[in-house]
Write a protein of this length. Structure first.
Length: 210
C-alpha cells in the first residue's frame, strides 16, 4: 500500500472531527504502521516530525479540531512521500552495478558460445552487448588455455594485467579492451561497431597465439 492509496482510502471515510488529543493519537497510530517505514533515516525523520507536532499540540490546544485533522493528513502525506522517495532511491542504488564489477560470471558458457553471442549482437547492431560478450569470450578463452584463473570476481583490469604478462607486446590493447569493457558495462558509455570489432579482433589474435 502506498501513501497515496492510504490517503484515498481515508478520504472515502466519513468526515472526522477529532479533538486535539484524538488528532495526536490518530497521528501516532498512523505513523506506527509499517507502510511508512523504510530505514533508519526515515525513522529519525518520523521521530522529529512527531516531536514537532507534539510540541505544537501541547502549546496550542485552542486550535480547532478540524485544523488538527488537516495537519494530521498533511503530515501523513508528507511522511508517505518521503518514504516513497527513499524506497525508490534505495531500489535504484541496488540496481546500479559496481564500477569495478567482474568480467566472468556464474553463467556456464564456453568461450566459443560467448564469442558467437557477441558476433550475433554485432550483426544485429547491439554494439554494447557485443563489446561485453566479446571481452568475456576473450577472458573465458584464456581461462580455458590456463593463462587465467577461473574466478567469477576477476575484474577487466585484472584480466588485462594477467594477459600483459603472457602477451607483453599486446599490453596496450588488452588494457584498452579492459577500459572499454568497464566503460560500456558499468559506465553506460555508448559502444560503436569499431569498439566491438576491436575486442573481437583481440580475442582472435590471442586465441591464435600459443
Amino acid at each position: 500500500m502506498t501513501w497515496s492509496t492510504a490517503l484515498a482510502d481515508r478520504a472515502a471515510d466519513p468526515p472526522l472531527d477529532p479533538s486535539a488529543d484524538e488528532a495526536r493519537r490518530l497521528l501516532q497510530t498512523e505513523l506506527a504502521k509499517p507502510d511508512y517505514y523504510d530505514d533508519d533515516l526515515l525513522q529519525r525523520l518520523l521521530d522529529w516530525i512527531d516531536r514537532r507536532i507534539s510540541g505544537a499540540i501541547d502549546g496550542a490546544s485552542s486550535v480547532p479540531p478540524l485544523t488538527w485533522f488537516a495537519i494530521t493528513v498533511l503530515v501523513v502525506g508528507l511522511v508517505g512521500g518521503v518514504a516513497l522517495l527513499l524506497s525508490r532511491a534505495r531500489t535504484t542504488a541496488r540496481r546500479r552495478p559496481d564500477r569495478a564489477g567482474g568480467v566472468l560470471t556464474d553463467e556456464v558458457a564456453t568461450a566459443t558460445e560467448l564469442r558467437a553471442r557477441a558476433e550475433r549482437a554485432l550483426a544485429e547492431g547491439r554494439h554494447a552487448e557485443a563489446v561485453v560478450d566479446g571481452f568475456r569470450a576473450l577472458a573465458r578463452r584464456q581461462v580455458e588455455r590456463g593463462r587465467l584463473d577461473d574466478s567469477p570476481g576477476i575484474t577487466a583490469h585484472e584480466v588485462a594485467a594477467a594477459l600483459a604478462l603472457a602477451f607483453p607486446d599486446r599490453r596496450d590493447r588488452t588494457t584498452a579492451g579492459a577500459d572499454l569493457f568497464d566503460a560500456v558495462r558499468y559506465g553506460e558509455r555508448p559502444a560503436t561497431r569499431e569498439h566491438a570489432v576491436a575486442v573481437l579482433d583481440l580475442d582472435r589474435e590471442l586465441a591464435g597465439t600459443r
